[in-house]
Design a protein around this ligand. Sequence first.
Ligand code: BDR
Ligand code: CA
Length: 312
Amino acid sequence: PRRIVLDCDPGHDDAVAIILALGDPAIELLGITTVGGNQTVDKVTRNAQSVLVMCGREDVPVHAGASRPLLRAVEVAEDIHGESGLDGVDLPEPTVPVAPGHGVQFIIDTVLAAEPGTVTLVATGPLTNLALAARLEPRIVERVREVVIMGGGYHEGNWTAVAEFNIWVDPEAAAIVVDEAWPLTMVGLDLTHQALATAEVEDRIAALDTDLSRFFVGLMAFFRQTYREHQGFPDPPVHDACAVAYLIDPDVVATRPAPLAVELRGEHTTGMTVADFRRPAPGDCRHRVATKLDHARFWELVTRAIGRLSGG
Ligand code: BDR
Ligand code: CA
């Protein structure tokens, strides 16, 4: 299986990313690190633990990471994810403590302890932890297998006209991560806006009729409400799970190579991810961008993961 560290800020769609990573045999989740994003780091850390309780997998360590962006002020997405960061469901109390040691140190230690080229870093929140890890221990850059981020978009924004939330919150960190020498795939809004949790999808998952399937349905009900109200979507896009799906089956998430950069100084474009499609990408291009989602296959993966974790 693909061995991953998931750096996240749960977050409704981060919760689905965790569920997919735990419920699919193609992934081995080595640990979760958290970052201030959708809510404060304390809240999202707690949320990650609650999701693990729901999955019966409290053996997976949760390490708290950065509480604020490198340069900018904390900005949370309370309008979208609520006061807890995971509103709409009862969050079970964790029975194990948060793992000792900073999330950034966990990322470094995990990559250095493993065979070179075997650990993949998946980030579904602001990129503060990954940026700090690359600066604190530059050797990880050539040792990771690849980095997959949910963030950005080459034609779409959500927090501003052109910036996506995870990049907008900490653009300097995003620039560090995108500019490092590791191979990086950007699963941005162009792709994730195709991952809508439609009524049919929810019905199929509801039919599993387990605590975890009801948890999913409760999360999506809240997420749908806020996405309708604040983003004008009919159904919520489950962004973060797409980054995990890409690693399970690259046919589910089509990608193409394109040089990437993060805008840091634009008057109207700060936090924009700029992909250069002008000509075929050079042979040594380290960046790929996600383009097209196989919606049916994606939701099949999520549904099966929830089924497996429900003992099915
Ligand atoms: C991203 O922002 C967060 O609100 C979601 O969890 C996702 O990671 C989408 O822009
Ligand atoms: Ca997220």
